[in-house]
Design a protein around this ligand. Structure first.
Ligand code: NAP
Length: 363
């Protein structure tokens, strides 16, 4: 018996990077139409219809160098059309490392392990009308889970009055982490790349102090010291540095951390292509002198915490107690997925960017 064929669209990329610092641009992508057989699934595999793509910086790390074209691995909210995986049943709505295409056969064990059903948590039905689908790409998806989980697992003994600094505070993780810590009574300092983002952080999210890092490239230490004085930091310096950038900001933070302070390492936005080498830290010695704790957080090691994340954070988001900005391109095309990705990594948006595909939209 012949297999059913499916015709659909897919994005291909070739990074064509010649030399350090050359970044992918819109011209590195092309959208093609393919006809392929509907897959016959093996154990644990799923076949997906992709509904909404959510951008994340590290999609870029998977782009091939040179002239080779490949599919783009990108996070998506997808409907499970067929399943041989009891954890991802047929008909469910899942968040998964999919591909930029309309239909995806997810078969790699490493990626299947990172997929999770979003419509099976305790509050999904209760808040369905208040939470748009795409929000499960962002503050209620992998990004939000990383932010919440990093505090649960790697936050240490969080106490009211402690001071934390979050660079890239207007990003998806920064927005959530800042607000979760304000709720615990910490003092929160943030930085971001425009005045509009700074206003958002201080006026809407309640950050205690925020600055535009692009205007303070050469005097980050001074502006942070100014902020610490302004908010009356009890220990004089920082208690926690929440690292999302991995650049020279780390050195500034190491200098400004109080004795027995903490670094939570979660992202390295400064290194968009995973260039070698990463920024070399100069103030490493502060870890010894001040007995600092430096702890990394990798979301994929903590999926067992997902039910708790949904239980705690979904009601806060649905009830408006946690605010967030996200960008949803409705009636989107695959071409818009790649175009908006380049705009996204250039910092043109505040918060998560999602593209809801018109071609696979469900009523
Ligand atoms: N450890 C894990 O398991 C894990 C899981 C998920 C995400 N992450 C990582 O966590 C980081 C933050 O994620 P996110 O989703 O919050 O980020 P996001 O929302 O994708 O943040 C994008 C924003 O980062 C800012 N940015 C870009 N380059 C920067 C730089 N060199 N210095 C400072 N800010 C810069 C830009 O805004 P401005 O206008 O402010 O520059 C941009 O709009 C990313 O690196 C992501 O890959 C890690």
């Amino acid at each position: 018996m012949s297999q059913t064929q499916l015709t659909f669209k897919r994005v291909l990329v070739n990074r064509a990077i010649q030399g350090e610092g050359v970044r992918p641009s819109k011209s590195h992508f092309r959208t093609i139409t393919v006809t392929e057989p509907v897959p016959e699934l093996q154990d644990n595999e799923v076949f997906l219809k992709n509904l909404s793509f959510g951008h994340d910086t590290y999609i870029i790390y998977n782009f091939p160098e040179g002239e080779t074209e490949s599919r783009v691995r990108g996070y998506a909210l997808s409907r499970v059309l067929d399943s041989k995986n009891p954890k991802l049943p047929k008909g469910s709505l899942i968040f998964a490392p999919s591909y930029w295409e309309e239909y995806t056969h997810l078969f790699e064990p490493f990626f299947i392990r990172q997929a999770f059903p979003v419509d099976q948590h305790k509050f999904y039905d209760k808040y369905k009308d208040r939470i748009p689908l795409a929000t499960y790409n962002g503050i209620l998806g992998m990004s939000g889970f990383t932010g919440w989980g990093s505090l649960e697992v790697s936050g240490g003994d969080l106490k009211p009055g402690q001071v934390i600094y979050i660079p890239s505070a207007a990003g998806t993780l920064g927005q959530l982490v800042g607000q979760l810590l304000k709720r615990k009574g910490l003092k929160v300092i943030g930085s971001a790349g425009s005045q509009a983002k700074i206003d958002y952080l201080t006026q809407e999210l309640g950050f205690d102090f925020a600055f535009n890092y692009k205007e303070h490239q050469d005097n980050k230490k001074a502006i942070l010291q100014e902020g610490l004085a302004k908010i009356g930091a009890p220990g004089g310096g920082l208690d926690i540095f929440y690292d999302l950038v991995g650049d020279e900001t780390v050195d500034v933070a190491l200098e400004l951390l109080n004795p027995r302070g903490r670094v939570i390492a979660v992202g390295f936005l400064s290194n968009k292509l995973l260039e070698d080498p990463l920024y070399g830290i100069r103030q490493y010695v502060q870890i010894l002198f001040k007995e600092l704790t430096v702890v990394g957080h990798a979301v994929w090691e903590h999926f067992e915490l997902l039910p708790r994340f949904f239980e705690e954070v979904v009601p806060l988001v649905a009830e408006g107690q946690i605010k967030y900005r996200e960008n949803v391109l409705e009636q989107g095309t695959l071409e818009q997925v790649s175009d908006s990705y380049i705009d996204f990594i250039e910092g043109k948006y505040t918060g998560k960017v999602s593209v809801n595909l018109a071609s696979t939209k469900e009523e």
